[in-house]
Ligand binder design. Structure first.
Ligand SMILES: Nc1nc2c(c(=O)[nH]1)N[C@H]1C(S)=C(S)[C@@H](COP(=O)(O)OP(=O)(O)OC[C@H]3O[C@@H](n4cnc5c(=O)[nH]c(N)nc54)[C@H](O)[C@@H]3O)O[C@H]1N2
Ligand SMILES: Nc1nc2c(c(=O)[nH]1)N[C@H]1C(S)=C(S)[C@@H](COP(=O)(O)OP(=O)(O)OC[C@H]3O[C@@H](n4cnc5c(=O)[nH]c(N)nc54)[C@H](O)[C@@H]3O)O[C@H]1N2
Ligand code: SF4
Ligand SMILES: [Mo]
Length: 820
């Protein structure tokens, strides 16, 4: 109650007021006061009355989309964020979270200084230290924990003993360069295996790339389990609703919940959770049986279609068969298949985004890709397109070789483990002591695994087991509370990040520039790493010298200094240049000085922007004239070599395609190499991989809300005012039968945990499922506004993995519910 009141008071003022309010209401042991900052906090201003006004183009980092924004600075305070109309990806849009990005900067609970643990792990007791003291603690430990030097000495220079993870972000690569290329660890996990690994890989192996759904030009869209109205993805969200509003495109939504996207659809098909594969196989059956697919396109572009056709027909994947599994009427399935093919090639089975659903997810994505391609809507207007990516200049790195570093530990966790691994498989391999060697340290950058990986109890155990945990974050997250050393990064508005090229039919380069100097004692990750590299480089090289016979031989031949410098063991050499210098070099090398100037001024650059870009009406723009866009075919063969902004490492996809020998330019119906790994070479339904729901229980599902980003924005008071906590969606009749009313406290329990949450009885979910929004229920004492709001789903979601890529299967957990 206390918090509720202060929250309201907090929001009464202007943005600048909220800075003042923020300092008044925050008081935890993490939030020691800083005199210099206090002076800044007494500053008040109102938009429009400032002496000095500065507009700085930047890129939003409130979620993965990276919309272009313009920050308004008034007398040194960021007072507003507006959309930047120059960027074709975000199309002059900033969502509510983008607007509230200002509060990421002025959040009173922000991490302000480097901190070193002085209490027990998890109890939140930290000491403020200087950056050098923090680096010293990482290198040599304290009386509470071990440092890198001792760990690497004991592990005889096996660099892979230092595990590391990262959330999606523009500087993820910089961090990876340090941890992997320079420090030498192979043990990396990131968001792919808890997000989009199955769909990106499924599409890459089937049609050559994940591509982009050209929703702006499609006439028929099947959106199954993708919630574009609430889980915002640019430009898809804007393109889709621009078309569906004017009824220019027909939208079919398949989702066990009546989402806001479903409310904009022509048809909502509620589906039994985990059965989409049966739905798609039946759509394929209808298209084949009724001979309504695009034969010319299939003939030109498919490999193995006859075999697939045979497989679909002999397996009898009929709509009647699928009805029993999916709960969707056979007549609806027939209608959707017919309408889809009638609208094709301007018809798309949307690829999906967070596809960490069920054990059959990879085959589902393959089946979707094949069905979509059967309409011919690949690499042409209104289909799935590959477009173009504008190249950037190169920035070379001198990478050392460590003879004793071993390969990653989770290779056996699933059939195909790529460079970003299986988060759950990796964690469980360590906990079950199945790894070939111990992983003893964990570096965490911009990720909150305590709340984002299924089965929080196990993630906690992982951090407890580690000798050294280092967390680089902007907020005292639940994960930061498990750290030995916390390194505070400044927020995105306080730094320039690596320049980025965004591929699409309308490609562009965009730059996140620094809007305001870093507040408190925070810095960008590149500077954090530079300092750490300078500190640890020599002492860790001493350990390599001791255990690495290759290095010993090289030293005998060429002398120590030559090996240290020339072979890349100087870990700081990759970070000598500032981010600004690197960005300038990467743009100027390819496009010249003028292009770089345009990029600084507008935040966006693409060739011919000055000629192509036009404002058409108040909120309508042209980025590229239609004939200048990059669609590569109208008829004939397609090219699928171009990668998209999928936040999965492009190199990894290239390795995958090579490994599975998918000749570029063909739709691959059959992948014989999959069989060698025990995976079906063609999409087929496997009953044994389907989780039945026992009587009286429910299958739990998870998902997003338009105003929050995963676990990133849970302390943002601007957003919390819109929705302070999450509620359990429970079918109205089920709730009635259990005597559960709106707002009642209920307990939801699974095999791995239990949570308490308030109930929201609704018709928008069927009787077999329960749902609540992901991203609530934080437990960190440092988060004044987020702590204890609603419940965290990963406390109850089981750590079940999808067997092909080791992705999380987040919708396979059986739960029970009772009123408490
Ligand atoms: N506002 C907002 N926007 C975001 C994000 C955010 O956190 N907040 N996050 C970004 C990120 S990282 C991602 S990956 C994307 C996620 O984008 P989406 O994948 O579109 O969104 P989700 O809400 O995670 O899940 C989609 C839907 O799957 C449904 N579903 C569950 N089980 C099944 C099933 O078996 N079959 C079918 N057909 N549907 C099922 C759920 O009810 C849910 O509505 O959003 C991005 N955009
Ligand atoms: N149950 C369930 N689990 C899920 C999902 C779900 O829907 N349900 N969604 C899944 C999906 S799609 C994804 S992508 C993942 C996302 O999971 P994560 O990759 O863990 O991402 P977030 O939860 O957004 O947490 C990001 C962390 O980075 C910090 N941060 C934000 N900005 C910065 C910055 O500029 N610098 C630094 N250093 N830190 C910063 C935030 O404070 C936060 O602690 O979660 C997955 N897990
Ligand atoms: S969708 Fe919203 S939160 Fe995500 S980058 Fe764009 S404005 Fe920011
Ligand atoms: Mo995601």
């Amino acid at each position: 109650m206390q918090i509720e009141m202060s929250r309201r008071k907090f929001l009464q003022g202007t943005v600048a007021m909220s800075i003042v309010g923020g300092s008044a209401v925050s008081a935890t042991n993490l939030l020691a006061k800083d005199d210099k900052v206090e002076k800044k906090l007494t500053f008040t201003t109102k938009t429009g009355e400032a002496k000095e006004l500065k507009l700085v183009p930047t890129l939003c980092e409130m979620c993965v989309n990276k919309c272009a924004a313009i920050a308004r600075m008034e007398d040194g305070v960021v007072t507003k964020l507006d959309p930047n109309p120059m960027f074709p990806k975000s199309k002059n849009m900033l969502c509510p979270r983008g607007n509230a990005g200002i509060q990421a900067l002025y959040d009173p609970d922000r991490l302000k200084y480097p901190l070193v643990r002085i209490g027990e792990k998890g109890d939140g007791k930290y000491k403020r230290v200087t950056w050098d003291e923090a680096y010293e603690a990482i290198l040599n430990g304290t009386d509470r924990f071990k440092g890198l030097a001792a760990i690497l000495e004991e592990e005889e220079d096996n660099r892979s003993t230092i595990g590391y993870c990262a959330g999606e972000g523009m500087a993820e690569h910089t961090y990876k360069v340090f941890m992997q290329d320079k420090l030498g660890s192979s043990n990396f996990v990131n968001h792919a295996s808890i997000c989009l690994q199955t769909t990106v890989s499924g599409y890459a192996l089937t049609i050559g790339g994940y591509g982009q759904a050209d929703l702006e030009n499609a006439n028929y869209v099947i959106m199954a389990g993708a919630n574009r109205a609430e889980a915002i993805v640019t430009p898809d969200t804007m393109d889709l609703f621009k078309r569906t509003k004017g009824r220019g495109a027909k939208l079919i939504v398949v989702d066990p919940r009546f989402t806001n996207t479903a409310s904009h659809a022509d048809k909502w098909l509620p589906i039994e959770v985990g059965t989409d594969l049966a739905f798609v196989l039946a759509l394929t059956y209808v298209a084949i049986e009724e001979n309504i697919y695009n034969k010319k396109f299939v003939e030109l572009n498919f490999n193995g279609f006859e075999e697939y056709k045979e497989h679909i027909l002999t397996s009898k994947y009929t709509p009647e068969w699928a009805e029993k599994i999916t709960g969707i009427r056979a007549s609806d399935i027939r209608q959707v298949a017919r309408d889809f093919m009638a609208a094709a090639p301007r018809a798309i089975y949307y690829q999906g985004r967070r596809t960490a659903w069920s054990k059959q997810d990879f085959q589902l994505r393959r089946a979707q890709a094949i069905f979509s391609a059967m309409g011919g809507g690949i690499d042409r207007e209104g289909g799935i397109i590959f477009g173009k990516k504008l190249p950037l200049g190169k920035h070379n790195i001198n990478t050392p070789m460590y003879d004793n570093a071993q390969e990653r530990i989770d290779k056996k966790a699933a059939a195909i483990i790529g460079g970003s691994g299986s988060w759950i498989g990796w964690r469980n391999t360590i906990l079950e002591e199945k790894a070939a060697y111990p992983v003893r340290s964990m570096f965490v950058y911009k990720q909150n695994p305590m709340l984002s990986i299924p089965n929080t109890a196990k993630t906690k155990q992982l951090f407890e087991k580690m000798d050294l945990v280092v967390v680089i974050d902007t907020m005292p997250s639940d994960t930061a509370m498990m750290a030995d050393v916390i390194l505070p990064e400044c927020t995105y508005l306080e730094r320039e990040d690596p320049v980025k090229s965004f591929g699409s039919a309308q490609p562009a380069i965009a730059l996140r520039q620094k809007v305001i100097d870093p507040m408190y004692d925070t810095k960008p990750v590149i500077e954090i790493i530079r300092g750490l590299a300078e500190k640890v480089s020599r002492p860790l090289f001493e350990i390599t010298k001791k255990f690495d016979s290759e290095v010993q031989d090289a030293i005998k031949e060429r002398g120590e200094e030559s090996v240290y410098k020339e072979d890349g063991f100087d870990l700081a050499d990759a970070f000598r240049h500032s981010q600004e210098e690197i960005n300038k070099h990467m743009v100027v090398e390819k496009y010249g000085e003028e292009a770089y100037k345009t990029l600084l001024k507008e935040g966006v650059y693409y060739p011919n922007m000055d000629k192509f870009w036009k404002q058409i009406s108040n909120n309508e723009f042209q980025w590229y004239p239609k004939k200048e866009r990059f669609y590569s075919v109208v008829e004939g063969e397609f090219k699928s070599d171009v990668f998209h902004d999928t936040c999965v490492d492009e190199k990894e996809i290239a390795v995958l395609k090579k490994e599975f020998k998918t000749p570029s330019g063909k739709v691959e119906c059959v992948l014989p190499n999959l069989a060698k790994r025990g995976v079906s070479p063609m999409p087929s339904w496997d009953d044994t991989q389907f989780t039945q729901i026992p009587e009286g229980k429910f299958k739990f599902i998870t998902g997003r809300h338009a105003q929050f980003t995963q676990n990133s924005s849970s302390n943002n008071v601007m957003l919390l005012e819109l929705m302070p906590e999450n509620y359990l969606w429970i079918n109205k009749r089920v709730a009635e039968s259990k005597g559960i009313k709106f707002g009642d406290n209920v307990e939801v329990k699974s095999k791995v945990g239990q949570i308490t949450i308030k109930a929201y009885p609704t018709e928008k979910i069927g009787p077999n499922n329960l749902f609540f929004i992901h991203g609530f229920g934080a437990d960190s004492d440092g988060l004044t506004f987020a702590k204890g709001n609603g419940a965290a789903d990963n406390h109850i979601i089981e750590d079940i993995i999808e067997p092909v890529f080791g992705s999380a299967a987040m919708h396979e957990t059986i739960v029970e519910v009772r009123k408490v």
